[in-house]
Write a protein that binds this ligand. Structure first.
Ligand code: ZN
Length: 347
């Protein structure tokens, strides 16, 4: 959308200052300036040829305390509405081209989803279509068609385990109260924090055991192959996110390369189209992947990659490690403020 009126000089000055403020002060300032004024000022400020890339995972049909880090449909709808009205949403492949050529539209924003949840199709897609927002869905192919990621398995198991206590002291993982829903949410969070630190095989085994103890609840969290095809047919870009979502830096070079290339090949077979975009699992440069993996992604034939390093991309950014961040905010002003703060940061 093209903005109608240039902002007052005073507003620009205020917004320049915001680069040095915390989110709370930005939220406070917003009350005075208003969302429209903010986006106007943003369009001619240091937001030129800069790209913000947002990360989502699930879009829940309705809020679920077990997934408190994920948005629900109502919040996702107002977030996409704000993006459609005040920013320039574009697809990641288009954005990557424009970025390098220095011809990004003002207030450029990309929307991405990680992992491959079914609700990306059933809940997010109708909202994306309503606001004409393109998106990229990064899929860990090993979880398609009924499998569950280990952290989700813990949540789904703890949601329905019949007992009011979970004793994992024999595994050095503690004892958890499961009397109330709040207990179960807390227990899941705490157990996930413990399991994160363990070896992949131990962690996955424990998640599997918990699911079995809970009677193998069917949650249908991840997309099916048909749902990926539907997302692709609806115009969403499909990107690769490895097969089993490992931390690449913990694998041998051969294993890491196989994870990267197999997910690409599987998604190409599914969609009948080249898969050119890659998202590093967990995505923190230096921790979760290294320059060696960036080279692998290039060698595998991808044309762009995204990390989870916060920040804004500009024409000097590495196309194979574009920064992204999760918009956690629960109110429109804070959501907008976070995008603006991100764009205005010095990179
Ligand atoms: Zn992921």
């Amino acid at each position: 959308m093209v903005l109608k009126t240039p902002p007052a000089i005073e507003k620009q000055t205020k917004l320049k200052d915001m680069g040095f403020m915390n989110l709370g002060s930005i939220g406070f300032k917003l009350a005075a300036i208003g969302l429209k004024g903010l986006a106007d000022a943003f369009s001619i400020g240091p937001g030129g040829n800069r790209l913000s890339i947002l990360i989502y995972h699930r879009v829940l049909p309705k809020l679920d305390p077990m997934y408190e880090g994920d948005v629900d449909a109502v919040s996702f709808n107002w977030q996409m509405k704000l993006i459609a009205e005040h920013f320039s949403p574009l697809s990641l492949p288009d954005a990557a081209c424009c970025l390098k050529e220095g011809r990004l539209p003002p207030r450029a924003v990309c929307v991405t989803f990680d992992d491959g949840y079914a609700d990306n199709l059933t809940t997010a897609l109708p909202i994306l279509k309503r606001h004409a927002i393109p998106a990229t869905i990064f899929i860990a192919t090993g979880y398609l068609n009924g499998s569950m990621m280990w952290n989700d398995a813990v949540k789904e198991a703890l949601r329905v385990l019949p007992d009011e206590e979970l004793d994992l002291s024999n595994d050095d993982l503690g004892i958890y109260r499961l009397e109330t829903q709040a207990d179960r949410v807390m227990a899941a969070m705490s157990l996930i924090d413990h399991l994160k630190l363990l070896q992949t095989s131990v962690r996955d085994d424990m998640a599997k055991q918990l699911l079995e103890a809970a009677g193998n609840p069917e949650a249908h969290l991840m997309a099916s192959s048909d749902q990926v095809r539907e997302l692709h047919k609806a115009g969403m870009d499909i990107g690769a996110h490895t097969v089993t979502h490992p931390i690449l830096s913990k694998l041998s070079a051969a294993e890491a390369y196989r994870e990267i290339t197999e997910s690409k090949e599987q998604l190409e077979a599914l969609t009948g189209e080249k898969v050119t975009l890659f998202a590093y699992p967990n995505g923190i440069p230096g921790d979760d992947y290294s320059s060696e993996h960036v080279q692998m992604v290039k060698r595998a034939g991808f044309t762009a990659g995204v990390s989870t390093s916060h920040g804004v991309a500009n024409r000097f950014s590495d196309l194979f490690q574009l920064p992204r961040y999760t918009p956690w905010d629960r109110t429109p002003s804070r959501f907008m403020a976070r995008i603006v703060r991100n764009v205005m940061r010095v990179t």
